[in-house]
Write a new protein. Sequence first.
Lengths: 270, 345
Amino acid sequence: MSTAANTAATGAPLLELRDIGKDFGSVIALDGISTTVRAGQVTCVLGDNGAGKSTLIKVLSGVHRPTRGELLLDGAPVRFSAPREALDAGIATVYQDLAMIPLMAIWRNFFLGSEPTTGWGPFRRFDSATAKDVTRRELAAMGIDVRDVDQPVGTLSGGERQSVAIARAVHFGARVLILDEPTSALGVKQAGVVLRYIAQARDQGLGVVFITHNPHHAHPVGDRFLLLNRGRSLGDFAKGEVSREELTTMMAGGDELTQLAEELGREPRS
Amino acid sequence: MGRPARADERVAAVGLWRRLLVKPELGSLIGAVVILAFFSAQSQVFRSLSGIANWLDVASTLGIMAVAVALLMIGGHFDLSAGVLTGTTALTVGIVAVRFGQNIWVAIAVAGVLALAIGALNGWLVTRTGLPSFIITLATFLMLQGLNLGLTKLFTGTVQVRGIAEAPGYHSAELVLASTFSVFGQQFRIAVVWWLLATAVATYVLLRTRFGNWVFATGGDEVASRNVGVPAARTTITLFMTTAAAAWLVGSITAVRLTSVQANTGTGQELIYIVAAVIGGCLLTGGFGSAIGAALGALVFGMTQQGIVYLRWDADWFYFFLGAMLLLAVLSNRAVRRYAEAARR
């Protein structure tokens, strides 16, 4: 781990969740979720499908308001009633579907919702020259090689899109970066590329929330692991407290996995 | 500036051809040139100055609407009430000016407030309910059609409003909305200028402002754009109000030029606006299109309509041609989009 991350880890957490819960009507989607996100660290949220990962992201990014519990930003309680408010507070979310518009050019997507303008009054216009230039520079700084910022986002590969989305969040002054399953749809190589950008964002001092169902992706990059199952927390561990194997076992519900292994192992013989 | 040389090398590989192909207006430009060449070769009247003034006139009022409808379509919505709304505004101008004896500018202002309110209502209903705009505006279309007939009969006892020319202030209104100007000794309708102005403003807004970026984004993926902080509902409502404002302009031009307005004015035009926008490269699914393309689509429509008359063909063939062009446009739009998106080497 870098020294910057170590010193940052001693300060107050950027974001803290205390007993967060969320109900949709009679369905309890989340209950009793607590963890911390520190600057220069990666907090991994692990869980199988339906564990409540997506609901948790939506609570953090201001899409949903928590029914119970407290969200603390720099130690002070906050309530977001719109995604915009979370963004303004420095919490940027890179969604699974990326919140990018495939038919629009990369530079238009990069500044979507936060377009730089020039001129005044009715002649205030989208400063496209600056937008293109900044997009090109920010992508190059992240080591992302796109051929032409004018090409539609739809022409990029999955890993490239994730990387552009991460670069965008970093550029807009995100302090907390929430990544929703950034590696799930990617091949091994592409996933490695994205994990490297996650590490890079961490080294720049951001607090990263990395949501995934893949412990093999989470373990090498994570500093903290929050495990979810059916809307409840199975535990919130620091890096040293848990091994990759333990993570895998817990995620799959332990016994179920052993049972499955036996079941599958026996089949070829019968 | 500090752009990496490596990236520039790859840019060159994209090629001029693909850059042209991804322009939404390319198809309508080719279509317009082909149709212009065809009718010009066949008909002397068509290529004469008076002929040009004639088909530009047809294209102009249609074009103002097509441009506004194109913005709305890029934003991901339809407005079936746009056609009948031109009738509603024209009738309002007539009734307020003639029945209530108001200055024509007052009548035009009243029609404007009414149109914007209807546009806002359309937009509010669509954003609030999340129902397809197709069905919401079909409802407002039918209601307005009924109101146009019912209220016109109520106020005038007939199905038309006449005598707008006698209203106070008519001459200044005529100058702005229905006069002609001379180019090479040929009189052209002022509506052509409004059409060009609308196209220029729409293109500027679409490509050079924040709002334009939001229009593309809202139409491309509403949920995603809302997630990054685009005010999608406000954008949608503004677009419906823009269409309504265009209908107000066209309705006022119609009322002032014809000085009498039929109660069924504008009915059936709404689909033609959509056809022009689609010929101009707008995708039915939203997120892609151009105002210049829609203006060219209207031009194609105007040229075909007048060209068939000049060639003394049976006018029935016009709709066949229009349908064929629409089909061709939809197919080529789809092919171009796939080509532009898929292959990246």
